[in-house]
Every structure is written in structure tokens, then in C-alpha cells.
Design a protein around this ligand. Structure first.
Ligand code: G4P
Length: 524
């Protein structure tokens, strides 16, 4: 197959949602359709851990499962679909943000009972940063949820995203009868069902059959709704979806496997093929014959005896080949990979080649970091894999001076893996760990002990944000650093960071120092 055909037959996406909206259930149903799993419940095991308790065995188990489910590949109607898993728990949201840099589109799951929730909002903001197209799936229609009009209004208001309903629910909760497909003008009849049998379709809304199966009252209400929807929402303009200004909306129930096939069918029709990617100097088109890709995730020490790491690479252009030498731009050296793996649902297999849109796992002994670019020799760096400002900070205190080396190495590795961010204060060289959620400190402490035999504790510091600072005016920047030297640190890439104590003091500094740029993510 030509490179162009390989590209056109791929879709790489992620599912975003607030925890409990139904992401895992939907993922499972999509994999069932793709034939990648054969029974519901296969990835549900994942749910056994909600991170609610500090059960460290559970953290380990979760890590094991998340390697297996980080990328789930399946084929549907001759399209190779790569579904990238995004952790739902907010304490791990940085991992989700980074994963979203490797997708070309997303499906947003909303719980019809709860509407738009906080985590959905945050993830939506990340999608907006890169104009990632979004398809919305309003789930749990078998429960008595909010009014569908209110739900789509909520998406428009809270997420500032225009919508275009493709299907529309007929009743909700106990009275949920099915959905009306506004495109095909047919009714999909609901039955509580967990297998992947096709639901019954009623082609004519005015038919006797519709009247019998849906009921007069409901049919009349549906007709009113259709008139209203058609009046407010014009037909979907694919370009508006692709430019991420409009989201097509589907209603259904993942648990009952209802509306999922329609979602998947429309997804492969609409969703973008692997897209061009920005580097610091030019845009790379997937059709370029020379290979390029970037690392967006690292998973370390699955077997602590071997210090093994798997780096996840998104291929952006050309063809990746096993055992071919590629250029590691940051280290300025060639590297070759003898056992690159592809992920097909739960199975990993060694691959000979891979194409744009594909995600492959590279075994690494410490050469690769999140954000690294690999090419066939060109000196480029892909943009868009920023660190975001953490919100909780603590000093690291070494509990065992004989294990200082192990501690430093462990912290370095875990931060490279993206578990937390490391800052070093420029005045006293003290190490500061910054995280998004408190749970990460427990993970770090546990993993340092178990994987590096190092012990540490954390002590409180009163910072609320790490803000990357820069300026065209060197003198002003130097003065600012000098005046605030106790609150200045370097991140792992030696970029200068201002650690603010309160939002109020940060706002004041921003106001009083107009020549200095304060950035809430590390990307310039
Ligand atoms: P998440 O990955 O987004 O966190 O959500 P997940 O799929 O785990 O679903 C959260 C809960 O919502 C689960 O119930 C799941 O069964 C339920 N759910 C998902 N889709 C639907 C739906 O369409 N209708 C209804 N009524 N429920 C749905 P649970 O009780 O927490 O878990 P379980 O015991 O069912 O596994």
C-alpha cells in the first residue's frame, strides 16, 4: 500500500470525560465492534482501582493494566483505529494532557444525568489549545437525565463549543425509547442489551410501526423536537467539525451498547486522518517520505530488576522501520530499535514497520524523554508537549544519606516519566517536586522505595504555581530574578521558573513587570 493509502486508512483518537461518565464502558464497546476483545468485562478490570484508597498494590496493578491499555488498536471497516487511553483521575491529568498531543481527534463522553463536569471542562481546554476536533457522546440515556436541550445548551455555554445533534433521544430513563437519526431520518429502537446485536431500525417516523412501537405521545413530542432542532441547528458542516468549532452530538447508552455503532460509523466517516504536526521550524506533513515522530509518554520499571522503560512514540511522517537507524535530535545521535511493539488491545507484538498515526512502544534504557523527536536526520523538534504548572509543591528530604545517589536517580527517572515535575531552587539548590494531585506524592514515595531502594519524605512549601518566565529585555529579567531569588528555580530542561506564593502575589508581579512573560506551561 502507498504511504498515502496507509495514512488515509488510519484514525488516532482519545476519549475524554469526567470520571464515571462511561469512558471505560464505551471503550469496551468500541473494542467489541472492532473485534479486538470478545467479551464485555475485559478492560473493566481496570475499574477495580478508583485510586480512592492509598492501596499501593492497586497503584502497581493499575500501572500494569495501563501499559496494556495505553494504546488500543483495532480495525473497523478496513480502518485501523488507535484509541489512546487517558487517565480519568484528576491527579493524573498531566498524563492525559500529554496523551492528547498524540491524537488527531477526541470523543467526549458526557453523563446525561450530570451534564458538563469539571474534568470535562479542563480536558476540553487542552483540546482547544491544539484545535482537536471533538465528537460528543451523551451517555446514560437509559437514566432519567437532564433535558436534552438543556444538555446541549450546557455544552455550548460551559464549553464554548457549538454543537450539531446527529441523533436525538426519544424519552429518557425508564421512558427511553431510542434515538432518531437526524441524518438518515430513521428511528433506532432501544432495547436494554449488552451484546452487540443490531437494534431495530424504523425507517419512517410516520409509519404505523413507529406509532405502535414508540407511542403516539412520544412520536408527537419527537416531531416537535425535530422541528425545533432542524430550526436551530443546520446540517453539520464537516469543516466546522475538523476545525474544532462544532461538535457533532450523539445520544446513547454505552452500557446497553446503544448508539455506539452509529457513533463509530460516523466517527470513521468524519474524523481526521493523521494530521500535519508543527515543529519549531516548519510543519511536517504525514505524507513526507522521511520518518519523524515524538515521544509523548514513558512507562518505566515494569520489571524493577531490569530498569526497563517503554517509550510511546507517535509517528508523524514517513515510515518507521525496525532496526533502521534514526536520529535522536536532542542527543544528536543515531538510535535503532530491534523490538518496536504495536498495541492491539491487550496484545503487544513486534512490528517491522509503522506509519503516521501509529503509536509504537520502544524499549529504552534511558535515552528517551517525553518530548523527544526522532527523525531521519533533520534537526527539528515537535511542539506541543508542554509541562503545565503544577499546583502542589513539596521539598524532597532524603531519609537515608547513604542512598543519595539512588534517590537522585529515582527522582530524575520518575520525573522523566512525567509522574511529577522537578524544580531546583537557584539559591540553595534544594529539590522541589511539583504535582497536580496529592496522590502523586504517595506514588513517588512508594516507587522510590520499591524501585530504587531510596527513602524520602516531603516537607511543605507554600507555593501555589510554577510559572515559566522569559523576556526580550535581558536586564529586566535579571533584575526580576535577583529581586525574587528565593522563589526562582530551574526546571528539568534548565528553564527559569518563578514559584509564586499566592494568586494575588502572582497577579501583582505580572502587572508590575510588563516586560516579562509569565507562562503557565513550559512551551514557548
Ligand atoms: P469511567 O471510565 O468514565 O470512569 O466510567 P465507567 O465506564 O467505569 O462507568 C461508570 C459507571 O457508569 C459504571 O457503573 C457503569 O456501569 C455505568 N455506566 C456506563 N454507561 C452507562 C449507561 O449507558 N447507562 C447506565 N445506566 N450506566 C452506565 P458502576 O456501578 O460504577 O460500575 P459497574 O459495577 O457497573 O461496573
Amino acid at each position: 500500500m502507498s504511504l498515502k493509502n496507509e495514512i488515509n486508512s488510519r484514525r488516532t483518537f482519545g476519549i475524554i470525560s469526567h470520571p464515571d461518565a462511561g469512558k471505560t464502558t464505551l471503550t469496551e464497546k468500541l473494542l467489541l465492534f472492532g473485534g479486538a476483545i470478545h467479551a464485555a468485562g475485559a478492560i473493566k478490570a481496570k475499574k477495580s482501582n478508583r485510586y480512592a484508597t492509598s492501596d499501593f498494590m492497586e497503584i502497581e496493578k493499575q500501572r500494569g493494566i495501563s501499559v496494556a491499555t495505553s494504546v488500543m488498536g483495532f480495525t473497523y471497516k478496513n480502518i485501523k483505529i488507535n484509541l489512546l487511553d487517558t487517565p480519568g483521575h484528576k491527579d493524573f491529568s498531566e498524563d492525559t494532557y500529554r496523551t492528547l498531543t498524540a491524537v488527531d481527534s477526541t470523543i467526549m463522553v458526557i453523563d446525561s444525568v450530570k451534564g458538563v463536569e469539571t474534568q470535562t471542562h479542563k480536558l476540553m481546554e487542552v483540546c482547544r489549545m491544539r484545535n482537536t476536533p471533538i465528537i460528543t457522546f451523551i451517555n446514560k440515556c437509559d437514566r432519567l437525565g437532564k433535558d436534552p436541550i438543556d444538555l446541549i445548551d450546557e455544552i455550548e455555554d460551559k464549553l464554548q463549543l457549538s454543537v450539531c445533534p446527529i441523533t436525538w433521544p426519544i424519552g429518557m430513563g425508564n421512558y427511553f425509547k431510542g434515538v432518531y437519526n437526524l441524518k438518515t431520518q430513521s428511528i433506532l429502537l432501544f432495547t436494554a442489551n449488552t451484546s452487540n446485536e443490531k437494534p431495530k431500525i424504523i425507517k419512517n417516523i410516520d409509519s404505523e410501526e413507529a406509532l405502535q412501537l414508540i407511542g403516539e405521545l412520544e412520536i408527537n413530542k419527537l416531531k416537535e423536537d425535530i422541528e425545533l432542532i432542524n430550526g436551530i441547528y443546520p446540517n453539520l458542516n464537516k469543516d466546522d467539525y475538523l476545525s474544532a468549532t462544532t461538535s457533532p452530538v450523539f445520544f446513547g447508552s454505552a452500557l446497553n451498547n446503544f448508539g455506539v455503532r452509529e457513533l463509530l460509523n460516523e466517527f470513521i466517516e468524519l474524523s481526521p486522518t493523521p494530521q500535519p504536526r508543527e515543529t519549531e521550524i516548519r510543519t511536517i506533513s504525514p505524507e513526507e517520505s522521511k520518518f519523524s515522530g515524538f515521544i509523548f509518554k514513558i512507562h518505566a520499571n515494569m520489571d524493577p530488576k531490569h530498569r526497563d522503560r517503554i517509550a510511546f512514540l507517535r509517528i508523524c511522517s514517513g515510515k518507521f522501520e525496525r532496526n533502521k537507524k534514526f536520529y535522536h535530535v536532542r542527543l544528536e545521535k543515531p538510535l535503532k530499535f530491534s523490538s518496536p511493539t504495536a498495541f492491539m488491545a491487550h496484545e503487544k507484538s513486534i512490528i517491522e514497520q509503522a506509519y503516521p498515526g501509529d503509536i509504537i512502544g520502544l524499549h529504552d534504557t534511558g535515552n528517551l524523554k517525553i518530548g523527544d523527536t526522532l527523525t531521519e536526520g533533520e534537526n527539528i523538534k515537535f511542539k506541543g508537549i508542554p509541562n503545565f504548572s503544577p499546583e502542589i509543591f513539596k521539598y524532597v528530604i532524603n531519609e537515608d544519606p547513604l542512598k543519595t545517589k539512588q534517590l537522585n536517580k529515582g527522582i530524575q527517572h520518575l520525573c522523566e516519566e512525567g509522574v511529577a515535575q522537578l524544580f531546583t531552587n537557584i539559591t540553595d539548590n534544594r529539590k522541589i517536586i511539583g504535582v497536580v494531585g496529592l496522590l502523586q506524592f504517595e506514588v513517588i514515595e512508594y516507587r522510590l522505595k520499591n524501585e530504587y531502594n531510596a527513602s524520602c519524605r516531603f516537607s511543605e512549601i507554600n507555593y501555589n504555581k510554577a510559572v515559566w518566565i522569559s523576556s526580550d529585555n535581558k536586564q529586566d529579567l535579571e533584575t526580576f530574578i535577583k529581586n525574587n531569588k528565593n522563589q526562582i528555580a530551574l526546571d528539568m530542561d534548565n528553564q527559569t521558573v518563578y514559584l509564586s506564593e499566592t494568586q494575588w502575589s502572582l497577579d501583582r508581579e505580572i502587572k508590575e513587570n510588563p516586560s516579562i512573560q509569565f507562562r503557565f506551561s513550559s512551551e514557548i
